[in-house]
Design a protein around this ligand. Structure first.
Ligand code: OGA
Ligand code: NI
Length: 367
């Protein structure tokens, strides 16, 4: 068409682009990103295009390979473990643990089980696909698909395991036994780590557990399919976690990064280890002593990547009505509260409403 500039064509194309319709059509397939890939696409749909090529100027990338998050051996001398946890929780908000007591065979089988679920036939996956937050087991792509500025290249199966676990029949057969076993073992490790956190804060070891920090647990079994155009989209967009603490199991593919001193630092896969990070609620309760830090997952040509995140927070309606605030024992004249008290529900509502937009969910709760 002579006389029509490329610009006009672009603008014309933009005004006709109906993002909402594209997102809905994708969600209606109930087969996630894996389904898109199975259909043979070579280019990723526009709804996945993110502005990651245009990060805030202060964030540097690629990451400085000299920096690495701490690896803590839980079998070290107790005082040393507490010391390392204190320093890692303050400086990094992230660390890996080894010799944590969960057999490596259990970890490997959990990764395999989650992979089996996502690689089942369409007919087996589809019935689990749901956006109903009341369901204890559900399969979905992008938890906040309809509010996020860009969709991520990732599918997830979610299990709400405590305090009110699903019946075993509700769990897909291909991963049933291992999900039950793994969730119990991670819960026990969660109690141990909350004891160590309590000590690291100078509190009685049982303090955080008595505050019911480990009372609730939900698990996200992520599947990051190979991505044909990884430079255009993210596996998981920049975010912080909304819980008290997260324990993450990742396979050997890599791609997880944390924002540390404005640099994206890789969290390298260490076989047999678990990654632990502080969530927003613990940052609030420790009055900012412990840091909930931003992290993201890059999409890659290689894959699939499997990771399993266990979030410690009680999201039952009763659990969410709990009021949390900076722990009184940690406050003093020199250390006045920087956050106000709020219900878990209020903090979460704000988190869900804002989506994975890269902003702290604690912003409105600052004094
Ligand atoms: C999360 C998360 C990281 C990963 O689920 O909140 O950050 O490696 N996951 O999948
Ligand atoms: Ni996270």
């Amino acid at each position: 068409m002579v006389g029509t500039s490329t610009n006009e064509l672009e603008v014309g194309k933009d005004s006709r682009y109906d993002r909402k319709a594209e997102v809905k059509a994708f969600d209606d397939t109930k087969l996630g990103v894996k389904g898109l890939l199975d259909s043979g696409i070579m280019k990723i749909p526009r709804m996945f295009h993110s502005n990651k090529l245009d990060p805030p100027e202060t964030e540097t990338s690629p990451s400085d390979s000299n920096l690495s998050i701490p690896i803590i051996d839980l079998q070290d001398r107790h005082v040393e473990v507490v010391d390392q946890i204190q320093s890692a929780s303050k400086k990094w908000g992230f660390f890996q643990v080894i010799n944590h007591g969960i057999p490596v065979g259990v970890l490997d089988e959990m990764i395999s089980g989650i992979r089996r679920f996502h690689e089942q036939d369409a007919d087996a996956r589809k019935p689990f696909y749901s956006r109903d937050r009341n369901k204890k087991v559900r399969y979905l792509s992008n938890g906040t698909l309809f509010t996020d500025p860009a969709a991520d290249w990732r599918d997830t199966i979610a299990f709400y395991v405590y305090p009110d676990p699903p019946s075993s029949e509700e769990i897909p057969k291909v991963c049933r036994d291992i999900v039950i076993e793994y969730s119990k073992k991670v819960r026990a490790l969660g109690f141990t780590i909350f004891e160590l956190f309590s000590e690291a804060l100078g509190l009685n070891p049982s303090y955080l557990n008595e505050m019911d920090s480990a009372e609730g647990q939900f698990i996200l079994g992520h599947y990051y399919p190979t991505c044909p155009e990884p430079e255009l989209t993210m596996g998981t967009s920049k975010h912080s976690d909304i819980d008290f603490m997260t324990i993450l199991l990742q396979d050997q593919i890599g791609g997880l990064q944390i924002l540390h001193q404005n640099q994206w630092v890789d969290v390298p896969p260490v076989h047999g280890s678990l990654v632990v990070n502080i969530g927003d609620l613990l940052q609030l309760m420790t009055n900012g002593q412990f840091s909930s830090v931003y992290h993201r997952v890059l999409s890659r040509h290689v894959g699939p990547r499997i990771s399993i995140a266990s979030f410690f927070v009680n999201i039952s309606s009763q659990g969410k009505s709990k009021v949390i605030g900076p722990i009184k024992e940690l406050l003093s004249e020199e250390n006045p509260p920087i956050y106000r008290e709020a219900t878990i529900k209020d903090v979460m509502a704000h988190y869900i409403e804002k989506g994975l937009d890269g902003n702290s969910s604690l912003e409105p709760f600052k004094m």
